[in-house]
Design a protein around this ligand. Structure first.
Ligand code: MG
Length: 384
């Protein structure tokens, strides 16, 4: 018996182990440019590895989630957010016997199209690009992996499988894209849906955690938030009055919250799959709604928690102050580069002829980290 297992062995194992509704790597619809398969990595393992080795992935480390990276060493940035989301996606996929590597690949890549400073930067670029084809981060994620990464001699982009690309492209795309878009059904495969839900579970909980850490949120404010209250009562009952510090109780509450949400989503989804009689990936794609979902009461409570975060954290004056500064930086940089193309690297100017000046500049600014954008702004405009 050989100690080494090859790709075909892994593919056979997938066929036996995974659910009928899971995407099997041997049945992938392939890549835009045909390539020989790897001897011992499946198609989705290879996608995941290409994503982790990309430049855009490394830049996530210096991109803001909610709090700017230099305010405190313990806040999440887009990289740590992505890693937390990817682990949750794997847990959901594994529990439902879905393709863990595909869910992981989609989760790892989902945020690489974000501009510096998150949604604030995105809003400004969308406005500035209104007459030049628009801008949004999902589209930019697909553009980054399909077109902007340059690592291979035979094609542009990472040449990911159609399934990973389908996971990125959440909805149809009423915009032009340099290569053909992945085929889309009414819904995405369950692995794509898992990555989406995992993203939401990750950011809701770590924003809560970072919000408390920053003291912009306090425990009193959370009293009436049902999901938090339930998790907290559970933790307090288990730990008793003494014995655990407030910071341990807070961490335990977040852990209980994540566990509760993940458990609800896998149990609800298992029941929905049974109820819908879904027997194949195509049945999942053709279904009228997403089959991977929370139960109604948990969905309602999750929306309450998200509303709480919107009102008390994302719209907190201190966060809004950073948001406005971010808008100024991104807007100024785009305008400066449009007015003075000589300030751009040669590689960006070379794209003007084929892709248009507006799109080339938007790609350049969108790809920047917060750190680089701030430095460029100071250099060309002055401190914001
Ligand atoms: Mg995200």
């Amino acid at each position: 018996m050989s100690w080494l297992r090859n790709r075909q062995a892994f593919e056979k194992e997938e066929a036996q182990r995974l659910a009928p509704v899971a995407v099997k790597s041997a049945e992938s619809r392939g890549r835009l440019v045909a390539e020989p398969e790897h001897p011992y990595r499946t198609a989705f393992q290879r996608d995941r590895d290409r994503i982790v080795h990309s430049r855009a992935f490394r830049r996530l480390e210096y991109k803001t989630q909610v709090f700017v990276y230099h305010e405190d060493d313990h806040y999440r940035n887009r990289l740590t957010h992505t890693l937390e989301g990817a682990q949750i996606a794997r847990t959901i996929a594994r529990a439902l016997r879905l393709n863990e590597e595909l869910a992981e690949a989609v989760a790892l890549v989902h945020d690489v199209g974000h501009t510096p400073f998150g949604h604030a930067g995105e809003r400004v670029l969308a406005e500035l690009m209104r007459d030049d084809g628009g801008f949004d981060h999902n589209r930019q994620t697909l553009r980054t992996v399909d077109w902007l990464e340059e690592r291979y001699p035979g094609f542009r982009g990472l040449n990911l499988t159609q399934e990973t690309r389908e996971g990125i492209l959440k909805h149809g795309a009423p915009w032009s894209h340099p290569v053909s878009l992945p085929p889309l059904g009414a819904q995405r495969c369950l692995e794509g849906q898992a990555a989406d839900v995992a993203d939401e579970i990750a950011y809701t909980n770590h924003d809560l955690d970072d919000g408390l850490r920053s003291k912009l949120l306090t425990l009193d404010m959370l009293d009436d938030v049902r999901l938090w209250g339930e998790a907290r009562r559970h933790v307090d009952a288990r730990l008793g009055l003494g014995g655990a510090s407030e910071s341990v109780r807070r961490s335990q509450t977040i852990i209980a919250l994540i566990n509760g949400l993940v458990t609800d989503v896998v149990e609800t989804t298992a029941a929905r799959l049974a109820g819908a009689g879904a027997e194949s990936v195509d049945a999942v794609r053709a279904h009228s709604e997403t089959l991977l979902a929370f139960s109604d009461p948990v969905e309602r409570d999750k929306l309450e928690l998200k509303r709480f975060l919107l009102e008390n954290l994302y719209q907190h004056p201190q966060v809004l102050h950073m948001t406005r500064r971010a808008e100024v930086v991104v807007g100024d940089l785009y305008r400066v580069f449009r007015g003075h193309a000589g300030l751009l690297p040669e590689t960006v100017r070379q794209r003007f002829a084929d892709e248009g000046e507006a799109r080339a500049v938007a790609d350049y600014v969108a790809g920047m980290t917060d750190r680089f954008a701030t430095a460029e702004h100071e250099k060309h405009v002055g401190a914001a």
